[in-house]
Design a protein around this ligand. Structure first.
Ligand code: URA
Length: 209
């Protein structure tokens, strides 16, 4: 069964409060998204395998560890997922980045794919999908479907905020995909926004509203 990991470190909770505040402007909001993404990524990569190496410190020979060859790809869901990319690539600069474009049909609220460009070797990579909001789970499930279709097997989903509806949808459709989030809110309103939430993440990151 897919696990939900809530990263409730005090620094993350503090930054979440700043993000929730409607008076926080686009510049600060964007910085907070990136910082919180970095904290979540830190936890989502906790199981990266290590290998032992030997090197010389200025004083002696040391047996020490580095990340072993497993390859990682981040896949932000356009457009709001782009806001988290700086934070995650600061931690894993060698990761490749794919993109999946999905929009929400205003009537059905279903995810409609309009773009997909993934690294050629995606099937050999561990994949972390990135989207600030896990609301209905429609976009998350569509992105996971697409990435599995391209052959990737080890997939995680990372968001800033999730709703129980979205978590349940992912866990039901993709029990092998763990979810990482900074917080889980009460649920969705009629417009399928997370409440109390942080509003429209894309608009707040890019200042479009
Ligand atoms: N997408 C958003 O940007 N915000 C929500 O609350 C839900 C989906």
């Amino acid at each position: 069964m897919s696990e939900l990991h809530i990263i409730d470190h005090p620094l993350v909770q503090h930054k979440m409060s700043l993000m929730r505040d409607k008076n926080t402007g686009a510049k600060e909001f964007r910085e907070l998204v990136s910082e919180v993404a970095m904290f979540i990524c830190y936890e989502a990569t906790r199981d990266l395998p290590l290998k032992e190496i030997e090197l010389e410190t200025p004083l002696a020979v040391a047996k020490t560890k580095i990340i072993s060859g497993r390859k990682l790809a981040f896949v932000p869901i356009l457009r709001a997922g782009l806001g988290m990319i700086d934070g995650v690539t600061a931690l894993v600069p060698a990761a490749k980045i794919g993109h999946i474009g999905l929009f929400r049909d205003p009537e059905t609220k279903q995810a409609v794919q309009y773009y997909s460009k993934l690294p050629e070797d995606i099937s050999e990579r561990d994949v972390i999908i990135i989207d600030p909001m896990l609301a209905t789970g429609f976009s998350a499930c569509a992105a996971i479907d697409e990435i599995k279709k391209q052959g990737a097997k080890n997939i995680k989903f990372m968001c800033i905020l999730c709703a129980p509806e979205g978590v349940e949808a992912v866990q039901k459709a993709h029990p092998d995909v763990d979810i990482y989030a900074a917080a889980q809110d009460a649920g969705l309103n009629e417009e399928k926004y997370i409440v109390p939430g942080i509003g429209d993440a894309g608009d707040r990151i890019f200042g479009t509203k």
